[in-house]
Design a protein around this ligand. Structure first.
Ligand SMILES: Cc1cc2nc3c(=O)[nH]c(=O)nc-3n(C[C@H](O)[C@H](O)[C@H](O)COP(=O)(O)OP(=O)(O)OC[C@H]3O[C@@H](n4cnc5c(N)ncnc54)[C@H](O)[C@@H]3O)c2cc1C
Length: 370
């Protein structure tokens, strides 16, 4: 069969793709583009060291979201889980409720993954330029000029805003970002419980809960107060845990624990009323009594969490962002949900997988629409 006549048109150069942020959405998109050999650069605000150390906590990964990551990473479900499960350090699977006989090793199930490990795995060999805080963007023709706080300027045809719930890109484009706050008072603490020190008993209780009962996330309710203990990383030496104290907030006009309009820096200010309320909790099960001990909590790193959600921009706003600025929003910068019970990481992965496929399809067609 004769081969088709060669096209006279020169091939379109690949688009210059700049991704702002190196969180879960950006790293997933980077992996997808790398797999399709499409060039891109990720610009991250934090230093490489900060990025490596942050996000030491567990998130629930759902199979429909993480399935494509297995291809991107060339791993099977078991190997993926072994690398990331919060109790992987003691041979666990990250399954809430434990590894039952109905859960073959190869099964794709929701599991608790350590977010720090997930980002480390996704970021391997990707082009990430750290310490690049986006400060402005301007479009001229089909090129957007990005300016970073370190003075660097970068030109891009396509800009992906994957810079999280407080997205600078969204702000720079003056897109509405009305965060809605649910009426809950939520305080989160982090603690490292060592197996060998005076916390040995607490470690044993946690170890037992995880190993025997698959209790990766433990909950206890007292009245309207919900106490949660989550395993972030469990090894034979220590248990890294996050715990949260939450209850409806703002019912009393002077509720000292509910501060919906506090500044970001005030999140670290813990009212003494929290310790008073915790001290009044009675007859807590052993491990809750250990963790929710007001005196121990005073020494922990505590944060006030606001249960905020960010509705997505309208279709008209998104179309304008693409047509006038060459910008696509991804993950939390487009839509965010409250932290407790969030599906945000999964949504960020799903967004990034869909966008990566879309860009790859466009490339296959010759990039005529770039
Ligand atoms: C404690 C906690 C527990 C959670 N648990 C779950 C869970 O169980 N399940 C779940 O699905 N989701 C969970 N989530 C939510 C989930 O983590 C987020 O929805 C998800 O990380 C969103 O990903 P993203 O890539 O869109 O944004 P992010 O992960 O927030 O990434 C944004 C990135 O952009 C960078 N950046 C910001 N501004 C700039 C700038 N101007 N220039 C350059 N870079 C910038 C940031 O440093 C960051 O790296 C949890 C979140 C928290 C905090």
């Amino acid at each position: 069969m004769p081969s088709p006549p060669p096209s006279n048109r020169p091939p379109m150069p690949p688009p210059q793709i700049s991704i702002i942020g190196a969180g879960i959405a950006a790293l997933t998109l980077g992996r997808s583009l790398a797999r399709h050999s499409i060039p891109y650069t990720i610009f991250e605000r934090d230093s490489a060291e900060t990025a490596r150390r942050r996000h030491r906590y567990g998130i629930t990964l759902e199979p429909q979201a993480y399935r494509p990551l297995l291809d991107y990473l060339d791993l099977d479900a078991k190997a993926f889980r072994d690398r990331l499960a919060v109790d992987g350090g003691v041979g666990g699977t990250g399954y809430q409720g434990g590894n039952t006989a109905s859960s073959p090793a190869s099964a794709m199930q929701a599991f608790r993954a350590n977010r720090q490990k997930l980002e480390a795995l996704l970021s391997q060999d990707l082009h990430v330029r750290y310490e690049h805080v986006l400060s402005s963007l301007a479009r001229s023709g089909d090129t957007t000029t990005l300016t970073f706080a370190n003075g660097q300027e970068v030109k891009a045809n396509l800009v992906i805003a994957a810079d999280g719930v407080h997205s600078s890109v969204r702000n720079l484009l003056s897109m509405k970002a009305e965060l809605k706050t649910l009426p809950y008072a939520v305080y989160r603490g982090k603690r490292l419980i060592k197996a060998a020190e005076d916390a040995a008993q607490a470690y044993q209780l946690l170890f037992h809960a995880v190993q025997k009962e698959g209790g990766i996330v433990l909950q206890h309710r007292q009245g309207q107060t919900l106490l949660q203990i989550q395993i972030d990383d469990l090894t034979a030496e220590q248990a890294d845990v996050t715990y949260t104290y939450s209850r409806p907030g703002g019912r009393e006009p002077q509720d000292p624990l509910f501060k919906p309009s506090r500044s970001k820096s005030d999140a670290r200010e813990t009212p003494t009323a929290l310790f008073d309320e915790v001290a009044q909790l009675s007859s807590l099960p052993d491990i809750f009594a250990e963790v929710f001990d007001a005196e121990k909590m005073r020494k922990d790193r505590l944060l006030n969490w606001l249960m905020r959600s960010l509705p997505p921009p309208t279709e008209a706003e998104m179309t304008r962002a693409v047509q006038e600025n060459g910008v696509v929003l991804l993950g939390d910068s487009a839509h965010a949900m409250p932290i407790l019970g969030s599906y945000g990481a999964n949504a960020a992965i799903e967004d990034a997988v869909a966008l990566g496929e879309c860009i790859a399809d466009e490339e296959l067609k010759g990039g005529e629409d770039w």
